[in-house]
Structure formats: structure tokens, C-alpha cells
Ligand binder design. Structure first.
Ligand code: ATP
Length: 217
């Protein structure tokens, strides 16, 4: 389904977000107060306008309330970011997503009505640290503070054995939900499936159990 998005602030983060939405076939309006930024972002958006999002009249004339989701990707100018979120909510925009630079900034964005506050630098730092500490983890999704889904490179000691023999559920308290073998992915592996060298297991479970499993040799 095609939705209408507006991205306010066309820095690296805003432009990347807009470009990915556009590539996925969505309609994206880019907004920035800086003319050069608007010109540079042309290929990442459907339309781009020069406007100051802290000006209520400018937001009205863009017709901002007609957008399904508005993303506020202004970071360094914390005051502008907060005021923009406040005005968007006052205008009646249903879903406002805002980028925070730090915790206090995030708390204020939350207070003025942001529906979702994101911390790109903090989250990416966490991800990179996690992957450095567990080199066998190729990717992961945090389901909650305690549970995750991880893509884990098969340890050498597990190759050429079946899932039944490995008995991951009983031994490690984890469930293997898929096996990636090169470009193919088997999303309902049978217990008799043999694990080969280079395979990647998609595993769900508790973070401690996952950590133990990912550090096996
Ligand atoms: P990034 O980290 O995404 O590269 P940045 O460091 O270039 O961002 P930020 O201060 O986070 O800069 O701002 C992102 C963009 O938001 C800039 O292009 C800036 O011109 C724009 N911007 C700042 N204030 C406003 C405003 N009031 N209205 C519209 N755009 C704004």
C-alpha cells in the first residue's frame, strides 16, 4: 500500500530514510530550511520543498496534516526539533516519528507528543558492539529486553550433524526457526536436516542462551 510520508530535515539520516521509502514505492515529501540540502536530496524524494518547520504557517501551506507519517530528522537544532514535533501534533498529524540526539532530548520529544522516538547513533553503537563481541552473530532483532532472534554462523563442531542430533532446544534452550544455506533459506527445517559448513542458523530464544550458543567453537 502506498502511503504518504514527509521527512523534515534532509541531512544524512533524513535523506537515507527518504530514499529507502521512495525505493520501496512510497510517496515522500522532503522538507528542509536549507536550499542546498533540498537540491541535493532531489533524487531521494518525490517532491522537495524549502520550508522552516518551526513556522506554523509554512507547515499549513505544505498541507502537512494530510501525510500519514511525518519523520522529524532534525538533530543538532534541538529547539527546532522539539517545536516541530509540537506543531505537527497540534496540526493533527497522526504519526510523528522524531530523531533524538540524547536521552533528555528524547524525553522532551516524548512529552510533546512524538509517537515514536528514535536514537540512531545510540542504537547503531549497541548493534556494532554486540556484533563485535559475538563475531558469529550476523544479524539480530531484539524482541524484548530478554528475547531476540539471531542469525548465527554454525560453529565448526556442529557441522555434518542433523538438528535432531544437535538437540538445540534441549541443550541450549533455543529454537532453530530457519537455516540459511548460501542463497537458499529453509523456513521450516525438519529435524533430519543436516547442518553443513557455512550454514547460518536463525535462532530464537533468551539473550543469555543465544550468547552462549553464538560463542561455541
Ligand atoms: P545528519 O546527522 O542526519 O546528517 P546533520 O548533522 O546534517 O544531520 P541536523 O542538525 O541533524 O544536521 O539537521 C538535519 C537537517 O535538518 C539539516 O539539513 C537542516 O538544514 C535541517 N533543519 C534544521 N532545522 C530545520 C527547520 N527548522 N526546518 C527544516 N529543516 C531544518
Amino acid at each position: 500500500m502506498v502511503k504518504q510520508y514527509a521527512v523534515i530535515g534532509l541531512g544524512r539520516f533524513g535523506t537515507s530514510l527518504a530514499g529507502n521509502l521512495l525505493q520501496a514505492g512510497q510517496e515522500v515529501l522532503g522538507v528542509d530550511v536549507n536550499e542546498e540540502r533540498v537540491e541535493d536530496a532531489q533524487s531521494a524524494v518525490t517532491h522537495a520543498v524549502i520550508a522552516d518547520s518551526t513556522d506554523p504557517e509554512a507547515l499549513k501551506s505544505i498541507g502537512i496534516r494530510n501525510f500519514d507519517t511525518v519523520i522529524v530528522a532534525i538533530g543538532n537544532d534541538i529547539q527546532a526539533s522539539i517545536l516541530t514535533v509540537l506543531l505537527l501534533k497540534e496540526e493533527g498529524v497522526k504519526k510523528v516519528i522524531a530523531k533524538a540526539l540524547n536521552k533528555p532530548h528524547g524525553q522532551v520529544l516524548d512529552k510533546v507528543g512524538a509517537d515514536w522516538v528514535i536514537f540512531p547513533e545510540r542504537d547503531m553503537g549497541e548493534r556494532v558492539a554486540h556484533m563485535l563481541l559475538s563475531p558469529n552473530v550476523l544479524n539480530f532483532i531484539e524482541l524484548s529486553k530478554e528475547y531476540s532472534v539471531e542469525e548465527i554462523k554454525v560453529p565448526a563442531s556442529m557441522t555434518n550433524r542433523t538438528l535432531r542430533e544437535l538437540d538445540v532446544r534441549a541443550k541450549y534452550n533455543l529454537s532453530v526457526i530457519a537455516i540459511r544455506h548460501g542463497k537458499n533459506i529453509n523456513i521450516s527445517p525438519s529435524p533430519d536436516e543436516t547442518i553443513e559448513e557455512g550454514d547460518v542458523l536463525v535462532v530464537i530464544g533468551g539473550n543469555r542462551d543465544l550468547e552462549r550458543f553464538a560463542n561455541l567453537q
